[in-house]
Write a protein that binds this ligand. Structure first.
Ligand code: GAL
Length: 704
C-alpha cells in the first residue's frame, strides 16, 4: 500500500529537507510525488537548467527509503515562457487571454507550449529514468482542472486539423453537423472557428465535436509527455491524476494510456451526499481500468482552501474516507501535500505536516493512518466483480446537457441519484460505458442515455438477450453519435428490447412566475423556468403505494411490455409509468418518469420512489448486497475476501458478520462500530449460486 503526498521541497529552505525525510519515516510515508510545480526552479530561463537541488532531494529521499513519483512539472509554465511566447497563453470564449500569475496558463494545443514542455520532460527523463528512487512518473497535473476550454488561435488551428482528420471532407462534416440549418454550410475547414461567443446557441453537433476535441487536446499533451518518457527508456508506470467524474475529459478514452489510474478526491464536509458521491468516484476510478490498480492520488488531511467556507473533517473522517477508497480498490493513499505551504494561494490548505507541527490532531491522524495501512494484508486488484453496472458516458454527458432540449438535465446528479439507491442498499456497482456492458453483470442501469452509439445499443441488446436485466428511463436513445435524431422516431434502438413505442416527452413544470417572450430570456426568466421545472411532479402507483416522478411523464405505448405501474395523475393518467419486457433470456425495464429520490444515504433503503423502483429490479435480477440488513449510515464494500464496514452515522452500531479481523487476525461474529469507525474483515463471499436470471440463462445455454 503506497502512502504519501505531493512534496514541494522547492518551496522551502534546504535545512528542512532532512527533517522532512525523518518525519515522513515517522508517519509511515513510502512515496512522494515530487516537484509537480517546479518548472521555474528547474529551468529559470530558457537557456538555464538547475537539477542540483533535485538531485539532492531525490538522493535524500532514496537514502531514507522513500520512493519518488517524479513529476514532469509541466502544469505551470514559468514567467519567461509567457513573456517570450505570449502565443502559448489560452483564451476564453471572447478571445481574451488568460494571463500568467496563477497556474495552468497554457493553451494545450499550442505547438510552442508542447515544444517547451517536451524539452523539459526529455531532460528530466534522461537524467532520472534510471534512478533507483524513481518508481513512477507523474505527467502534468490534473489536466484541464482550471481551464475547461481554450478558444485561442492555437486551438482554432488545431481544431481545424482535428476536424479534417475526423471527417476527411468538409461535406462529411456538413452532414454530421446538419449545417443546412441556419445557413451554416462550410465550404472548407478553414472557415470553421471554435465556438466562440455567438449571438445565440451554437450548432449542438459542433459543440459535441468541440468537447471531443478539447478532451483530445489535453490527452495529446499527456501522450506527448508519455512518449518522451518511454523513448528515454522509462520502465516505471506512467500516469496523471484524474478528478473523478470530470466533465471536460473523457477519462474512459484516456484510461488505456494510464499504467495505473490515479484519482484526486476532496469530499466536501458540508455536502450531505459526500459519502455517496465519493463512493461513486472511487467506483469510477476502479472501473476505468479493471485489473489494474488505482491510487487515491490526492486527498486532504483536513480542510481545503478553495471553497467559500472550508470546514475541517469530522474527527475520524480521514480514516473513514480512506477506508472507503481501500474498500473500493485503491492500492495507494496520498495527500495534497506533505508540508503545509507558508506562502501562496494554498497556504491555508491542510497537509500531512501542518504549519503548527507534529503536536496536532492532524499529525496524530496521519501517523495512525500510516500504521493501519501498513498492517493491512495484501489485497487483490479488483476486476469487474460487481453484479450491477451503472452506465455513465462522457459523450452522452456533453450531449444531454447541451441547450435547447425539452428540459434541462443534470446528468451527473441523475446518475448519482441512481447510484445512491444501490449504495444505500450496500449493493456494489461498477461504472461502465455502454459498450462495456456484458454478461459479467446481472443488472445494468442506464439513466438518461440520450446519445446512444450504435455499438452501445448492440451491447445493451446482447446483454438482455443473454439473460441480463436492463433498467433505463427518460431521455434515453434519442440521438446518434452526431447528436442527430435517427430515422423512425425515438427509442429506435432499444424500443424492441423494451417492448415500447415512444411518443412524447411530457415535460413536467409547475407554474412559472417569470416573464416569457421572444428573443433572449432574461436571467430572471431562466431562473423562474428552472424553479417551475423543479416543482413539476407526477404520481404513479407501484405495488399499491403512490410514488412521485419528476422531470417528465413521457407518453410511451406498450408494444409487448407489461405495465408494472401506471401514472395516477396528470394528462398521462392510466398510461405506463414503469414497464418490463422479456427479450431473449433477459428482461428490459423502463421508467417513463424520473422517480423522486429523497437522497438516501448509506445504510438501508429509504422510502422513496427511486428506491422502490430499484427494489423491484433488484428483486427481479437476483442482485444481492455485500452485507444484508445494514444499519443506517453504514457503508459496506467487498474487495476479494475483504469486507470493509464504515460507520458514517452518528450512533454506535453493531453488524453481524462472520470472518476474521484483517488487522488483528482475531475471529469475529459481529462488528461494533463507533461513529466514523472502520472494520476490515476477511469474510469470503458465500459460494452458493445466487441463481440470478442471468446465471440461469448462462447455465441453460451451456447445457444445451
Ligand atoms: C488539486 C491540485 C493540487 C492542489 C490541490 C488542493 O486540484 O492537483 O495541486 O492544488 O488541488 O486541494
Amino acid at each position: 500500500m503506497l502512502y504519501g503526498a505531493d512534496y514541494n521541497p522547492d518551496q522551502w529552505p534546504e535545512d528542512v529537507w532532512d527533517d522532512d525525510v525523518r518525519l515522513m519515516q515517522e508517519a509511515g510515508v513510502n512515496i512522494v510525488s515530487l516537484g509537480i510545480f517546479a518548472w521555474s526552479r528547474i529551468q529559470p530561463t530558457e537557456d538555464a537548467w538547475d537539477f542540483a537541488w533535485l538531485d539532492a532531494v531525490i538522493d535524500k529521499l532514496h537514502a531514507g527509503g522513500i520512493a519518488v513519483n517524479l513529476a514532469t512539472a509541466t502544469a505551470s509554465p514559468p514567467p519567461w515562457v509567457s513573456k517570450t511566447y505570449p502565443e502559448t497563453l489560452p483564451a476564453n470564449e471572447s478571445g481574451a487571454s488568460y494571463w500568467p500569475g496563477s497556474r495552468q496558463h497554457f493553451a494545450p494545443s499550442s505547438p510552442i507550449y508542447r515544444r517547451l514542455a517536451g524539452e523539459l520532460v526529455r531532460r528530466l527523463a534522461e537524467r532520472y529514468v534510471h534512478h533507483p528512487a524513481v518508481v513512477m512518473w507523474h505527467v502534468g497535473n490534473e489536466f484541464g482542472c482550471h481551464l475547461w476550454m481554450d478558444f485561442s488561435d492555437a486551438a482554432r488551428d488545431a481544431y481545424r486539423g482535428w476536424l479534417e482528420n475526423r471527417y476527411a471532407t468538409v461535406e462529411a462534416l456538413n452532414q454530421a453537423w446538419g449545417t443546412s440549418f441556419w445557413s451554416q454550410r462550410y465550404g472548407s475547414f478553414d472557415e470553421i472557428f471554435p465556438p466562440r461567443l455567438a449571438p445565440y446557441s451554437h450548432n449542438p453537433s459542433s459543440m459535441l465535436d468541440w468537447r471531443r476535441f478539447t478532451s483530445d487536446m489535453l490527452l495529446e499533451c499527456y501522450l506527448m509527455e508519455r512518449e518522451i518518457l518511454l523513448e528515454a527508456g522509462a520502465t516505471q508506470p506512467i500516469t496523471t491524476n484524474f478528478m473523478g467524474p470530470f466533465k471536460p475529459a473523457d477519462y474512459r478514452k484516456w484510461a488505456p494510456f494510464m499504467d495505473v489510474i490515479a484519482d484526486d478526491c476532496y469530499p466536501d464536509p458540508a455536502n450531505p451526499n459526500r459519502v455517496r458521491d465519493a463512493a461513486f468516484q472511487r467506483d469510477l476510478a476502479r472501473s476505468l481500468k479493471p485489473g489494474a490498480p488505482w491510487l487515491l492520488w490526492e486527498q486532504a488531511t483536513d480542510a481545503v482552501n478553495w471553497r467559500p467556507a472550508n470546514p475541517g473533517k469530522r474527527p475520524g473522517a480521514l480514516v473513514a474516507e480512506t477506508a472507503q477508497s481501500i474498500a473500493r480498490g485503491a492500492d495507494g493513499i496520498m495527500f495534497f501535500q506533505w508540508r503545509q505551504s507558508r506562502a501562496g494561494s494554498e497556504k491555508f490548505h491542510s497537509a500531512m505536516l501542518p504549519h503548527a507541527g507534529t503536536e496536532t490532531r492532524t499529525w496524530d491522524a496521519v501517523t495512525e493512518l500510516g500504521a493501519r495501512l501498513a498492517a493491512l494484508p495484501e489485497l487483490p486488484t479488483p476486476g469487474r466483480d460487481a453484479q450491477v453496472a451503472l452506465v455513465f458516458d462522457w459523450e452522452n454527458w456533453w450531449a444531454v446537457e447541451e441547450r435547447d432540449h425539452p428540459t434541462e438535465v443534470d446528468y451527473l446528479a441523475l446518475v448519482l441519484e441512481w447510484y445512491g439507491a444501490f449504495h444505500a442498499r450496500g449493493i456494489q456497482v461498477d461504472i461502465v460505458g455502454p459498450e462495456e456492458v456484458d454478461h459479467a453483470y446481472d443488472l445494468v442501469v442506464a439513466p438518461a442515455l440520450y446519445l446512444l452509439r450504435d455499438e452501445g445499443a448492440s451491447a445493451l441488446a446482447r446483454f438482455v438477450d443473454d439473460g441480463g436485466t436492463l433498467l433505463t428511463g427518460p431521455f434515453t436513445d434519442i440521438v446518434d453519435a452526431h447528436d442527430q435524431f435517427r430515422a423512425g422516431g425515438f427509442l429506435t434502438q432499444l424500443g424492441p428490447l423494451l417492448g415500447l413505442r415512444f411518443e412524447d416527452f411530457g415535460v413536467l413544470a409547475g407554474l412559472s412566475s417569470g416573464g416569457s417572450g421572444v428573443g433572449a430570456l432574461s436571467a430572471d426568466a431562466v431562473q423562474a423556468a428552472r424553479d417551475a421545472a423543479s416543482r413539476g411532479t407526477v404520481t404513479f402507483e407501484l405495488d399499491g403505494v403512490e410514488q412521485s416522478g419528476r422531470l417528465v411523464a413521457e407518453t410511451v405505448h406498450a408494444a409487448g411490455a407489461t405495465v408494472v405501474a401506471a401514472f395516477s395523475s396528470g394528462p398521462q393518467a392510466g398510461a405506463p409509468a414503469l414497464t418490463r419486457h422479456r427479450f431473449g433470456s433477459g428482461e428490459a425495464w423502463y421508467t417513463a418518469t424520473q422517480p423522486v429520490s429523497n437522497g438516501a444515504s448509506a445504510g438501508g433503503p429509504s422510502a422513496d420512489a427511486l428506491d422502490a423502483v430499484v427494489a423491484a429490479v433488484v428483486a427481479a435480477s437476483g442482485v444481492r448486497p455485500v452485507v444484508a440488513d445494514l444499519p443506517a449510515g453504514v457503508e459496506a464494500a467487498r474487495r476479494g475476501d475483504l469486507v470493509t464496514l464504515i460507520n458514517h452515522g452518528d450512533a454506535r452500531v453493531e453488524i453481524a458478520l462472520d470472518g476474521t479481523d484483517a488487522e488483528t487476525g482475531v475471529a469475529v461474529e459481529r462488528v461494533v462500530l463507533d461513529p466514523q469507525g472502520v472494520a476490515f474483515v476477511s469474510a469470503p463471499a458465500a459460494t452458493s449460486d445466487p441463481a440470478t436470471p442471468r446465471a440461469r440463462a448462462t447455465a441453460s445455454a451451456t447445457h444445451s
